[in-house]
Design a protein around this ligand. Structure first.
Ligand code: MN
Length: 447
């Protein structure tokens, strides 16, 4: 299962927009990406200034497309994800693969890496799936990291204190640089697995393989001790230095604000392999794709946790405006008074970065923010239905949280109908219709 195969399917459905004008990697391509964010199209930039390689963007840019990539309906997505997290599948290591069509000396200047925002420190690789293993071979990890291009064969890697950071600390203690493969242009299942909150010790490639029904194969790298998807477009082989650090950033993160400059480790790129006509996968920081890849796995966690305290969870939306990370809208089947608040508590426990959450009844579409606001307007009383939790751990991504302690205030809004009051009070009025008038309306709307 390759990104290329998947893109052929997307192309057949007319969802690939080919941009044939010559464009620069510095701001021009990112500008168009931003304007086309969440418009439903994959963008294929055919002519890149000073480079033969095409740039493709917004691959996992909509929920629908992610579901399509996993071959699952939206209503089964969370179950499918959770099942893959809990039952990862070992996979085949093959001798050769399309990614080895060209094996060459690394030269990052040949790759159309984008410079996205005005004050970004420089060009950044944003769709790099990084594989590493511990020196004893016990732990393998795959995760997504932003990578700042420093020169032809050096990158700075942002290591948030999670699994790869832990492996790097272990390498530091052994005083041995950490070998990595950085895969760019992989099937959506691979990047989604790499963004998933599975425990340390679970190989996310195995999760991806479960998502792909054993459809993932890996090859061994040529210059480092690492594996990479045999069907990737491009793979960089590198070593994360345990000694050398540089100033990394500023760079726009998922919130759309600038993340500060920090000392981060240097990756020496020692090898490069790719398909003969590889294309480069771009990913717009703070765009829909970024927020979906981060948010969807957390929605699954919230869905699972809330399902344990109320009869049914219809849908969860870590909304775009909430950066796909800080705001949740949860639609539940309420059975007893107080279910809404229990749902809120479960959601906050399931996703510690969550800051604001709204719980609504099943007649409210969690993706229709105007309907959510309507529920808050007509079903919520602040003195009864508001939950405020002070001084809890939140996300440091939130500029308004205490940046030193990471402490924040969380707010939950229970906008479900009170069961004690007559149902009719909260009923949304409907206008009766018939087939003829519905058809006419669609026509008038140009649908
Ligand atoms: Mn991990």
């Amino acid at each position: 299962m390759s990104l290329r195969r998947f893109l052929e399917d997307v192309e057949r459905e007319g969802e690939v927009l080919h941009v044939r004008n010559e464009l620069s990697t510095r701001f021009e391509i990112p500008f168009i990406m931003k304007e086309f964010d969440n418009k439903g199209f994959v963008l294929m930039f055919e002519r890149v200034k000073g480079c033969k390689t095409k740039v493709v963007a917004h691959i996992s840019g909509t929920r629908k497309r992610i579901c399509k990539a996993l071959g699952v309906g939206e209503e089964r997505l969370y179950e499918r994800l959770i099942k893959a997290w809990r039952s990862p599948r070992k996979l085949k290591i093959v001798e050769n693969g399309p990614v080895k069509e060209v094996v060459e000396k690394p030269d990052l200047s040949k790759i159309p890496v984008l410079t996205h925002f005005e004050r970004d420190a420089g060009p950044y690789i944003t769709s790099g799936v990084v594989y590493a293993k511990s020196h004893d071979g016990e732990v393998e990890n795959v995760s997504v990291h932003r990578l700042q291009v420093l020169d032809e064969n050096h990158l700075a890697i942002r290591l948030v204190p999670r699994h790869l950071f832990k492996l790097w600390q272990m390498a530091k203690r052994a005083d041995k640089d950490l070998d990595v493969s950085i895969s760019i242009g992989v099937h959506p299942a691979v990047i989604l697995a790499a963004s998933s909150p599975v425990p340390f010790g679970v190989n996310e490639f195995h999760v991806a393989n479960a998502l792909l029904n054993n459809g993932l194969r890996l090859v061994e790298c040529e210059n480092v001790e690492a594996y990479a998807p045999a069907d990737a477009e491009l793979v960089l082989e590198g070593r994360i230095s345990v000694k050398k650090e540089v100033d990394e950033g500023p760079f726009v993160d998922v919130t759309g604000t600038y993340d500060v400059e920090r000392k981060q480790p240097v990756v020496e790129v020692v090898g490069m392999m790719h398909r003969r006509d590889y294309f480069y996968q771009a990913l717009l920081p703070s765009g829909m794709e970024h927020r979906l890849l981060m948010g969807l796995p957390r929605e699954a966690l919230i869905w699972e946790a809330v399902s344990k305290v109320v009869p049914k969870v219809n849908a969860v939306n870590l909304s775009f405006g909430g950066c796909g990370w800080l705001h949740a809208i949860i639609s539940i089947e309420k059975q007893l008074e107080g279910d809404g608040k229990n749902a809120l508590l479960a959601a906050f426990a399931a996703h510690p970065s969550l800051k604001h959450a709204v719980v609504v009844d099943s007649d409210i579409d969690v993706y229709d923010l105007s309907a959510v606001e309507w529920a808050v307007a007509t079903r919520f009383q602040a003195d009864e239905d508001l939950l405020v939790i002070k001084n809890v751990r939140g996300s440091t991504l939130d500029s308004s949280a205490d940046q030193e302690t990471g402490l924040t205030t969380k707010m939950g809004i229970d906008a479900t109908k009170p069961l004690m009051k007559p149902k009719e009070l909260f009923e949304r009025a409907k206008i009766p219709s018939n087939k003829r008038v519905e058809r006419l309306t669609r026509k008038l709307l140009g649908l």
